[in-house]
Design a protein around this ligand. Structure first.
Ligand code: TNX
Length: 506
């Protein structure tokens, strides 16, 4: 039998594109039967990442790929510049240096997160068949040379709305698996909204019994909720992949599901009808009722206790059913509660209409070119997460004809998701004010994980590259070509994607 044609990839053929790439075509490394993985001595974390790499590579290669601390051609070391000292971290926790030579591969990073990022790069540098689930006849060539890489922004997020349509633990795990390939490091979970409440809260069982039960979600088609154990399992699964879960409890608006379950949270104490339509802006917690804050404190305490990450998102968007005065009263009562339970507050940018502590983070989501509140918050030292709806909203249609999806922020093809820069978007919110970028996926029109993936890919990689790669590397033509290589990868991985005609898919 003849050997398969060698599919050699270029050293820079990665999404997000690495900060520095120095190819050396004379120094390719080819994985073989006997290749082993060596991890930083004494580091259980490095060892775990070595195992993760082996798990990614074993099915398609059919090789044993043993992992140990003694020897191996692929080395994952906690030592950023090779001086034997892991403490100097000019590339940050997520930065790494990758050297591919004829006799092996060396990864050096200051922290495990950097090793994990490098593993994602290595995976993409191998032929697409590496993602096959059964052994393939293929030359497993890694292109020679050196990569020095680090993120532009610390926060590169995706958001999944599990309130309008619930996604199971298994589905959310699959979603995380696909995200981490693109070095996404935060998953914001939109846990509550008018149509459903999706996280079990101690002492408030009807939230999930009633508002997480049958008939909830848009069109009644998205029932379900996460138990405390489910949530904890997800947080752990994400953390193993260097993803921080950012839980959102949306308030004072978007609370119809809570009020259906607990009518004392309404002004007149009468339960509203459950809602399964897509309207927004009609429900509100009551700012001058003490029951409101007893409820909010219980929820904040519980969510904070279940969440190891630093952030707690309190929503704050589209509170059209709350007067401006009540909104201010409410936010000013809730901000200290989040701090009391040890979390840093995140809110949609409407929250920045209220004076915020410096530690608060505003998430900008609209399509307008300016926002006074967000600019003022940035001026006062607050950080901003930027997710302009007309660029990053994964629930917008690709073209007027594609389904599922909405179109209130316009249609977003891949080039539109790619061709913008976070530092240019909002006057008063420059590079230094940005914590990072996020691509939210609202789920009103979604009915399955396949729907979620189809809206996410191929646009999420565009936002991921904008969040990670240096601004000067942004290049639509290069991105188009690199993205094209993902079609066979996603097919092997079982990840659905929209075959956008802009991309010359391979
Ligand atoms: C606006 S973006 C919303 C959500 C909807 C979304 C649909 C934001 C903070 N609020 O309630 O689901 O549009 O695209």
């Amino acid at each position: 039998m003849s050997e398969p044609a060698i599919q050699r990839r270029g050293l820079g053929d990665v999404i997000p594109v690495p900060a520095e790439v120095r190819p050396d075509p004379a120094a390719d490394f080819t994985l073989g039967e006997g290749t082993a993985i060596r991890t930083a001595p004494g580091s259980a974390e490095a060892r775990r990442i070595g195992d993760h790499l082996a798990t990614l590579l074993r099915p398609a290669t059919g090789y044993a790929l043993p992992v140990g601390e003694e020897s191996g051609e692929i080395a994952l070391l906690l030592d950023p510049d090779g001086d034997g000292d892991a403490d100097d971290d000019e590339d940050g926790d997520e930065g790494y240096r990758l050297e591919i030579g004829a006799s092996g591969v060396t990864v050096r990073a200051a922290a495990p997160a950097g090793l994990f990022a490098a593993v994602q790069t290595l995976r993409q540098l191998l032929p697409a068949a590496i993602d096959a689930t059964t052994p393939q006849r293929e030359a497993w060539v890694l292109p020679g040379g050196q990569i020095v890489d680090r993120p532009r922004f610390a926060y590169r997020g995706a958001m999944l709305d599990i309130a309008r349509h619930f996604f199971t633990v298994a589905e959310i795990k699959a979603y995380i698996d696909s995200l981490v390939q693109f070095k996404i490091n935060h998953l914001h979970l939109h846990l509550t909204d008018d149509q459903g409440w999706r996280l079990e809260i101690d002492g408030w069982p009807r939230l999930t019994e009633i508002s997480g039960g049958e008939g909830t979600g848009v069109d009644g088609a998205g029932p379900g909720y996460l138990t405390r154990e489910d949530y904890t399992e997800l947080v752990g699964y994400a953390a193993e992949r260097f993803v921080t879960i950012v839980p959102e409890i949306d308030m004072p608006g978007h609370v119809n599901a809570a009020q259906v379950a607990y009518p004392e949270l309404t002004a007149d104490g009468v339960a509203p009808a459950p809602r399964t339509d897509m309207e927004v802006g009609y429900s509100s917690l009551v700012a001058d009722k003490e029951e409101t804050y007893a409820f909010v404190e219980d929820v904040v305490r519980e969510v904070a206790a279940l969440t190891p990450g630093p952030y707690l998102h309190i929503g704050g968007d589209e509170a059209q059913a709350t007067t401006a005065e009540d909104y201010r009263t409410f936010i000013q009562r809730v901000l200290p509660l989040v701090a009391k339970y040890g979390k840093r507050v995140v809110g949609w940018h409407e929250m920045a209409g209220v004076e915020l502590p410096e530690t608060a983070i505003a998430q900008y989501w609209r399509i307008e070119a300016t926002d006074e509140g967000t600019a003022r918050a940035a001026e006062n030292g607050s950080k901003v997460i930027i997710s302009p709806a007309d660029r990053t909203y994964l629930d917008m249609r690709y073209t007027p004809d594609t389904r599922p999806g909405l179109d209130w922020a316009g249609v977003i093809d891949v080039q539109r998701a790619y061709d913008w820069d976070p530092a240019d978007r909002l006057p008063g919110v420059g590079e230094e004010s940005l914590l990072g970028v996020e691509a939210p996926l609202w789920s009103e029109t979604l009915r399955s994980l396949t729907d979620a993936q189809t809206m996410t890919y191929p646009r999420l990689p565009a936002v991921a590259e904008i969040g990670w790669s240096p601004r000067e590397t942004h290049d639509w033509e290069s991105f188009q070509r690199r993205l094209a290589a993902f079609a066979p990868r996603w097919r092997h991985q079982g990840v659905a994607f929209h075959p956008s005609p802009e991309i010359p898919w391979s």
